[in-house]
Design a protein around this ligand. Structure first.
Ligand SMILES: Cc1cc2nc3c(=O)[nH]c(=O)nc-3n(C[C@H](O)[C@H](O)[C@H](O)COP(=O)(O)O)c2cc1C
Length: 186
């Protein structure tokens, strides 16, 4: 499949069939993430793949409580991938002070989207998840301070009606050549 077809087909999937995802396919998705670019090639990502139903249930019971209840649907996803950032890189600390950008978050966004697009190519639906109790997630995993949960990706074969049509901004709203942006950014 052409890359652009994969990009166009990808939609967040929030309803899944019970069919498990083959480990081999999961590894292919992580392989796509592994090859992502990163600032200073630090590759700050680590992935914890939960495909054990008991562990998934337990994890979700910690992180989807209270205001995070709407995220409870991820318990029905056959797989949850936890993306961790390794935080003890000096370049990231300098970056935050000097250029005021959290480089590790950019890196993780790129790697995660590589993963998502490879999943799409393999027919697997995904949904990025950040509305969860991250503090509880870190505690549940017993992470040392130099690692932190950044995002989750719920994964599963899409059930019927799993995706919604959503309005994407038209290109005129987001693209400006040269000085055109001075006339006004939308
Ligand atoms: C960083 C990030 C965090 C997100 N967090 C959630 C979330 O917590 N729950 C959810 O249902 N969707 C979440 N989404 C999915 C977005 O709602 C979705 O990407 C957006 O509405 C566009 O729809 P599409 O993915 O179908 O193109 C998240 C997406 C991104 C990129």
């Amino acid at each position: 499949m052409e890359l652009m077809d994969i990009i166009k087909k990808r939609k967040s999937v929030r309803k899944y069939t019970a069919k498990p995802i083959e480990r081999e396919k999961l590894i292919q998705c992580i392989e796509a993430a592994r090859l992502a670019p990163s600032a200073d090639n630090l590759q700050p990502w680590r992935f914890i793949v939960i495909d054990d139903p008991e562990m998934k249930k337990n994890f979700c019971s910690h992180i989807c409580r209270g205001i995070f209840r709407p995220t409870g649907f991820i318990e029905d996803a056959p797989v949850i991938i936890i993306i961790l950032a390794k935080l003890n890189f000096i370049i990231h600390k300098i970056g935050k002070i000097v250029i005021k950008i959290n480089l590790h978050l950019l890196d993780i966004g790129i790697a995660g989207e590589h993963l998502v697009l490879r999943a799409q190519e393999l027919g697997i639906g995904t949904c990025w998840i950040n509305w969860f109790n991250a503090k509880k997630a870190n505690k549940y995993l017993g992470l040392r301070r130099k690692y932190r949960v950044v995002s989750l990706i719920a994964m599963g074969y899409p059930a019927r009606g799993a995706t919604k049509n959503k309005p994407d901004h038209p290109i005129e709203k987001i693209l400006y050549f040269n000085d055109d942006f001075r006339k006004g950014l939308h």
